[in-house]
Design a protein around this ligand. Structure first.
Ligand SMILES: C[S@@+](CC[C@H](N)C(=O)[O-])C[C@H]1O[C@@H](n2cnc3c(N)ncnc32)[C@H](O)[C@@H]1O
Length: 403
């Protein structure tokens, strides 16, 4: 984590370029870890820093800070911040912390950061970072470069690309590969076979189209076995699918996989919000889809903003920003949705805090507008339940900034 220079450099810049907020002030670092943020605060002129750390890392931080002659300005306290009592009930001018997990909310440390504000911040004191914002956008499990690869080589399969497809309905998308009826678009087997067709013989061997979604489906395939040492285990296939798709996928997202220009956002204000407001969070969305594709789910990332008196700094973990150890997060729909360019995708991401220092997510995505029904009139909608603490890491691509 210390070696994540995007992260460490952003904190250094945010703190040192706002030295006027720190000069002569009493600061608290919540979850000091190595103590490096407390050190930056001293470099910016802080008179005293309380460096709070719940784990045994506190001992290492104390050693490190002592070895660098900082013990007179930084006091390491080994405790959960919720249980800290400062000498003579002292209050602090500024609280710094790095409480973000992946997707911002994982680990539920934001609540401890806000509780520290309630317990220790003087009226008018500042929080660094000041706000956190969750961003979401629909994604397809295939990159634009992959599409380009196909377009360059194959007239047939790439007729599905937006430019040549009449924008009418989901049925039009399926018409490219007849005879799949529109009502089957929610059927993962059909989407899978369409995906297989999309990867035409010319491009065979290019493992890019729906690679992630297909990987999860492949794991489920085992459970369709009707003769496993004589046992029919297929009755558990649906449960296995739910388990695999309940895993959030942490890794870099290629910006070209995003299917909308805009993003949906949910801001958390660390200077105002109460801890309880983080127990249940909703992120409603409505996206205008920018190109025809299969929507495999929702890509989610975050930024935090340091609203200093001198300058505002933003640390972003977006797909188009330099990579960080938080990567981005993808929530995969077990049943993807085919969308035409300019169609709307609407829905909600509900995040419910759980007892495993994380969140249970419910993602619902559906087509909006008059074209949003199948031929039998039912809504085209897909829902998936995700356990944020059961993340799977997927590092197959590199961050946009380094490619
Ligand atoms: C992301 S790490 C921070 C790393 C640190 N900023 C650094 O640069 O080395 C979060 C730290 O907060 C600590 N922590 C989590 N919850 C805490 C709490 N309630 N009170 C005190 N420390 C906590 C963890 O043990 C962990 O070391």
């Amino acid at each position: 984590m210390m070696q994540d220079t995007v992260r460490t450099g952003a904190y250094q810049a945010a703190i040192l370029s706002n030295a006027s907020d720190f000069e002569g002030k009493v600061v608290m670092d919540v979850g000091t870890g190595s103590g490096i943020l407390a050190y930056f605060a001293v470099k910016a002129g802080a008179r005293k820093v309380y460096a709070i750390e719940a784990s045994n890392v506190a001992d290492r931080a104390a050693r490190l800070l002592a070895a660098n002659g900082l013990s007179d300005r930084i006091t390491v306290i080994k405790s959960k911040v919720e249980e800290v009592v400062l000498p003579e009930g002292e209050k602090v001018d500024l609280i710094i912390s790095e409480p973000m997990g992946f997707m911002l909310i994982h680990e539920r440390m934001l609540e401890s950061y806000i509780i520290a504000r309630q317990m220790f911040l003087k009226p008018g004191g500042r929080m660094f970072p000041t706000t956190g914002t969750i961003f979401a956008a629909p994604f397809t499990d295939a990159s634009e470069s992959a599409h380009q690869f196909h377009r360059d080589r194959c007239e047939r399969c790439c007729a599905v690309s937006a430019a040549r497809l009449p924008i009418r309905s989901v049925a039009r998308v399926s018409a490219v590969n007849p005879p799949i009826p529109a009502s089957d678009w929610r059927n993962r087997a059909v989407v899978g076979s369409w995906t297989a067709k999309f990867g035409c013989p010319i491009s065979r061997g290019v493992p890019v189209i729906a690679a992630l979604w297909q990987e999860q489906i492949n794991k489920v395939a085992f459970w369709y076995n009707t003769d496993f040492y004589g046992l029919d285990i297929s009755c558990l296939a649906d449960a296995a699918a739910s388990d695999h798709f309940a895993q959030p996928v942490v890794g870099y997202v290629e910006p070209s996989c995003l299917l909308s220009e805009g993003t949906a956002t949910r801001v958390i204000d660390f200077e105002k919000d109460e801890p309880e407001s983080l127990h249940s969070i909703d992120l409603p969305f409505e996206f205008a889809v920018s190109r025809t594709a299969i929507c495999h789910g929702l890509a989610v990332w975050f930024d935090v903003s340091f609203d200093g008196s001198t300058v505002k700094h933003v640390l972003s973990t977006s797909p188009s920003s330099p990579g960080t150890h938080w990567y981005q997060c993808r929530l995969l729909l077990k049943d993807p949705i085919a969308v035409n360019a300019k169609q709307r995708v609407v829905g909600n991401l509900h995040m419910a805090a759980n007892t495993r220092y994380s969140y249970n997510l419910t993602l619902t995505m559906k087509l909006g507008g008059s074209e949003a029904a199948t031929t039998d009139g039912s809504a085209i909608e897909s829902t998936v339940h995700v356990n944020l603490q059961d993340q799977m890491y997927h590092y197959l691509s590199t961050p946009a900034a380094t490619t």
